[in-house]
Design a protein around this ligand. Sequence first.
Ligand code: HEM
Length: 138
Amino acid sequence: MTAALMERTGLDDGRLTTLVHAFYGKIRKDAVLGPIFDERIADWEPHLARMVEFWSSVALMTGRYHGAPVPKHVGLPVDWSHFERWLALFRETAHETCTPEGAAHVIERAERIARSLNIAVTDAAEAAANPHAVPRLG
Ligand code: HEM
Protein backbone atom coordinates (compact mmCIF):
# COMPACT_ATOMS: atom_id res chain seq x y z
CA MET A 1 0.00 0.00 0.00
CA THR A 2 2.69 2.50 1.05
CA ALA A 3 4.93 1.47 -1.84
CA ALA A 4 2.06 1.91 -4.32
CA LEU A 5 1.23 5.35 -2.89
CA MET A 6 4.88 6.40 -3.07
CA GLU A 7 5.07 5.21 -6.65
CA ARG A 8 1.88 7.02 -7.69
CA THR A 9 2.50 10.33 -5.87
CA GLY A 10 6.30 10.66 -5.90
CA LEU A 11 6.05 11.33 -2.15
CA ASP A 12 8.55 9.90 0.33
CA ASP A 13 10.03 10.85 3.69
CA GLY A 14 12.46 13.35 2.21
CA ARG A 15 9.77 15.10 0.16
CA LEU A 16 7.36 15.24 3.12
CA THR A 17 10.12 16.63 5.36
CA THR A 18 10.82 19.36 2.81
CA LEU A 19 7.10 20.12 2.49
CA VAL A 20 6.55 20.33 6.26
CA HIS A 21 9.60 22.52 6.93
CA ALA A 22 8.84 24.90 4.04
CA PHE A 23 5.17 25.11 5.03
CA TYR A 24 5.77 25.95 8.69
CA GLY A 25 8.48 28.40 7.60
CA LYS A 26 5.69 30.29 5.80
CA ILE A 27 3.21 29.82 8.64
CA ARG A 28 5.63 31.36 11.14
CA LYS A 29 6.06 34.45 8.92
CA ASP A 30 2.31 34.84 8.37
CA ALA A 31 0.93 37.90 10.13
CA VAL A 32 -2.30 36.19 11.20
CA LEU A 33 -1.31 32.54 11.78
CA GLY A 34 2.29 33.04 12.94
CA PRO A 35 1.42 34.48 16.36
CA ILE A 36 -1.20 31.77 17.04
CA PHE A 37 1.44 29.06 16.55
CA ASP A 38 4.29 30.91 18.23
CA GLU A 39 2.23 31.46 21.36
CA ARG A 40 1.73 27.68 21.74
CA ILE A 41 4.87 26.11 20.32
CA ALA A 42 8.02 26.85 22.29
CA ASP A 43 10.22 24.25 20.61
CA TRP A 44 9.59 23.83 16.89
CA GLU A 45 11.80 20.78 16.27
CA PRO A 46 9.48 18.25 17.98
CA HIS A 47 6.44 19.86 16.31
CA LEU A 48 8.03 19.58 12.88
CA ALA A 49 9.07 15.95 13.52
CA ARG A 50 5.49 15.14 14.63
CA MET A 51 4.07 16.81 11.52
CA VAL A 52 6.34 14.75 9.25
CA GLU A 53 5.03 11.59 11.01
CA PHE A 54 1.46 12.89 10.61
CA TRP A 55 1.87 13.47 6.87
CA SER A 56 3.63 10.14 6.44
CA SER A 57 0.58 8.47 8.03
CA VAL A 58 -2.01 10.53 6.17
CA ALA A 59 -0.41 10.55 2.73
CA LEU A 60 1.42 7.22 2.68
CA MET A 61 -0.51 5.16 5.27
CA THR A 62 2.65 4.33 7.24
CA GLY A 63 0.91 4.46 10.65
CA ARG A 64 3.78 6.51 12.08
CA TYR A 65 1.61 9.16 13.76
CA HIS A 66 -0.07 8.27 17.05
CA GLY A 67 -1.45 11.62 18.23
CA ALA A 68 -4.90 13.16 18.46
CA PRO A 69 -5.12 16.43 16.52
CA VAL A 70 -8.67 17.47 17.47
CA PRO A 71 -8.06 18.37 21.17
CA LYS A 72 -5.02 20.41 20.13
CA HIS A 73 -7.19 22.66 17.95
CA VAL A 74 -10.33 22.96 20.06
CA GLY A 75 -10.12 26.29 21.89
CA LEU A 76 -7.73 27.91 19.40
CA PRO A 77 -8.81 31.46 18.42
CA VAL A 78 -9.67 30.41 14.87
CA ASP A 79 -12.61 30.28 12.47
CA TRP A 80 -12.95 29.08 8.87
CA SER A 81 -11.04 32.15 7.57
CA HIS A 82 -7.95 30.92 9.46
CA PHE A 83 -8.30 27.45 7.96
CA GLU A 84 -8.65 29.03 4.49
CA ARG A 85 -5.42 30.92 5.06
CA TRP A 86 -3.69 27.77 6.34
CA LEU A 87 -4.89 25.91 3.22
CA ALA A 88 -3.75 28.68 0.84
CA LEU A 89 -0.20 28.44 2.24
CA PHE A 90 -0.34 24.65 2.23
CA ARG A 91 -1.48 24.48 -1.43
CA GLU A 92 1.23 26.92 -2.48
CA THR A 93 3.96 24.98 -0.63
CA ALA A 94 2.73 21.60 -1.88
CA HIS A 95 2.97 22.82 -5.49
CA GLU A 96 6.47 24.17 -4.82
CA THR A 97 7.82 21.01 -3.18
CA CYS A 98 5.93 18.01 -4.64
CA THR A 99 5.15 16.50 -8.01
CA PRO A 100 1.72 17.53 -9.38
CA GLU A 101 0.31 14.13 -8.31
CA GLY A 102 1.90 14.42 -4.87
CA ALA A 103 0.60 17.97 -4.39
CA ALA A 104 -2.95 16.97 -5.40
CA HIS A 105 -2.78 14.00 -3.00
CA VAL A 106 -1.74 15.98 0.09
CA ILE A 107 -3.97 18.98 -0.73
CA GLU A 108 -7.08 16.83 -1.00
CA ARG A 109 -6.33 15.31 2.41
CA ALA A 110 -5.48 18.67 4.01
CA GLU A 111 -8.78 20.15 2.76
CA ARG A 112 -10.76 17.26 4.23
CA ILE A 113 -8.98 17.42 7.60
CA ALA A 114 -9.27 21.24 7.74
CA ARG A 115 -13.04 20.98 7.25
CA SER A 116 -13.39 18.42 10.03
CA LEU A 117 -11.12 20.36 12.42
CA ASN A 118 -13.18 23.49 11.73
CA ILE A 119 -16.39 21.61 12.58
CA ALA A 120 -14.82 20.35 15.83
CA VAL A 121 -13.60 23.84 16.80
CA THR A 122 -16.96 25.45 15.92
CA ASP A 123 -19.02 22.81 17.74
CA ALA A 124 -16.85 23.09 20.87
CA ALA A 125 -17.18 26.89 20.87
CA GLU A 126 -20.97 26.64 20.47
CA ALA A 127 -21.22 24.04 23.25
CA ALA A 128 -19.13 26.24 25.56
CA ALA A 129 -21.30 29.28 24.81
CA ASN A 130 -24.58 27.38 25.14
CA PRO A 131 -24.07 24.32 27.38
CA HIS A 132 -27.73 23.20 27.45
CA ALA A 133 -28.34 23.26 23.72
CA VAL A 134 -29.09 20.04 21.89
CA PRO A 135 -26.02 19.20 19.77
CA ARG A 136 -26.40 19.86 16.05
CA LEU A 137 -26.63 16.70 13.95
CA GLY A 138 -24.58 16.30 10.78
C1 HEM B 1 -6.33 27.51 11.48
C2 HEM B 1 -5.45 26.55 11.16
C3 HEM B 1 -4.59 25.85 12.18
C4 HEM B 1 -4.00 26.33 13.31
C5 HEM B 1 -4.02 27.76 13.85
C6 HEM B 1 -3.30 25.21 13.93
C7 HEM B 1 -2.55 25.30 15.09
C8 HEM B 1 -1.89 24.26 15.69
C9 HEM B 1 -1.11 24.37 16.91
C10 HEM B 1 -0.90 25.66 17.71
C11 HEM B 1 -0.64 23.14 17.20
C12 HEM B 1 0.25 22.74 18.39
C13 HEM B 1 -0.64 22.37 19.53
C14 HEM B 1 0.11 21.93 20.76
O1 HEM B 1 1.12 21.21 20.65
O2 HEM B 1 -0.35 22.32 21.83
C15 HEM B 1 -1.10 22.25 16.15
C16 HEM B 1 -0.82 20.90 16.10
C17 HEM B 1 -1.19 20.09 15.08
N1 HEM B 1 -1.90 20.44 13.95
FE1 HEM B 1 -2.71 22.24 13.57
N2 HEM B 1 -3.48 24.09 13.17
C18 HEM B 1 -4.26 24.42 12.09
C19 HEM B 1 -4.68 23.58 11.07
C20 HEM B 1 -4.30 22.27 10.95
C21 HEM B 1 -4.68 21.41 9.84
C22 HEM B 1 -5.56 21.82 8.66
C23 HEM B 1 -4.11 20.19 10.09
C24 HEM B 1 -4.15 18.92 9.28
C25 HEM B 1 -4.30 18.90 7.95
C26 HEM B 1 -3.40 20.28 11.35
C27 HEM B 1 -2.71 19.26 11.96
C28 HEM B 1 -2.08 19.33 13.18
C29 HEM B 1 -1.44 18.18 13.84
C30 HEM B 1 -1.38 16.74 13.32
C31 HEM B 1 -0.89 18.66 15.03
C32 HEM B 1 -0.10 17.86 16.07
C33 HEM B 1 -1.03 17.33 17.13
C34 HEM B 1 -0.26 16.47 18.11
O3 HEM B 1 0.37 17.03 19.02
O4 HEM B 1 -0.25 15.23 17.94
N3 HEM B 1 -3.53 21.56 11.84
N4 HEM B 1 -1.86 22.95 15.25
